[in-house]
Design a binder for this molecule. Structure first.
Ligand code: C5P
Length: 223
């Protein structure tokens, strides 16, 4: 996009996937590469925004012109996003945040012992950062965007999630069968509170990012 329609706007983007420690050497993680979040950061810079990119365990080059805040766990990501969201115009949660973390982080490496079965791993819920940012009155950013990866019932699940999370936009894509995670391309539907449902055909993650910013820019000017 050549129009700097995000000039003067501060956007906060989370990307990548959180890792929840089990012991000093092991974690519970997911397959998110961070590519969609980085594409959002690059395109937002190109459209004139000031960009804070909260990056969870990514191995991608820093987008030129963005401020990158590296994090590891969901709770670190929460701290970084909530802090950066103060006074921001837009928060986009593109990171795959672990829903659960091990209830206890064992201080030393868990050992295997002959003839001894391993202990089950107890899990606890992580905070829902998207729902928290979307609920924070009066400091709620004007536009809050979520992503939802669904394996089945993509649209119905997406509409329900948009309402449940309290965000303004939800980008829904189908995952599984090698789709989306770690790949260069993505296909999605952008759902909007009180707005259209915009299908975005299979294509580069940058193209999807630009359609997301189109919808965001529209909401910022009509807000
Ligand atoms: O509920 P689900 O994980 O499918 O929702 C996905 C959206 O919610 C993504 O935007 C993700 O970044 C965000 N999320 C979050 N905190 C969590 C779980 C998901 O912000 N604990």
């Amino acid at each position: 996009a050549l129009t700097p329609d995000l000039a003067g706007r501060h956007v906060v983007i989370s990307a990548g996937g959180t890792r929840e420690p089990l012991d000093p050497v092991r974690y519970l993680g997911n397959r998110s590469s961070g590519k969609q979040g980085y594409a959002l950061a690059r395109t937002a810079v190109a459209r004139g925004a000031r960009v804070t990119l909260v990056a969870a365990n990514t191995a991608l080059p820093d987008p030129a012109g963005a401020e990158v805040v590296p994090v590891g766990t969901a709770r670190e990501l929460q701290d970084a996003v909530v802090k950066a969201a103060i006074g921001a115009d837009v928060v986009v949660m593109a990171a795959a945040v672990a829903d659960f973390r091990p209830a206890h982080e064992v201080r030393s490496k868990i050992k295997k012992r002959d003839g001894v079965e391993p202990e089950p791993v107890a899990l606890v819920r992580n905070p829902d950062i998207l729902a928290q940012v979307a609920a924070r009155h009066p400091a709620r950013p004007p536009v809050v965007v979520g992503f939802a990866a669904e394996t089945d019932d993509v649209l119905a699940g997406g509409r329900a999630k948009l309402a449940r999370k309290g965000c303004d936009l939800l980008v829904v894509n189908q995952v599984g069968d090698g789709r989306a995670f770690g790949t260069e391309e993505n296909e999605a539907v952008i759902l909007e509170v009180g707005g259209p449902e915009t299908p975005v055909p299979y294509g580069p993650k940058e193209a999807l990012a630009d359609r997301v910013w189109d919808a965001v820019a529209r909401r910022l000017t009509t807000a």
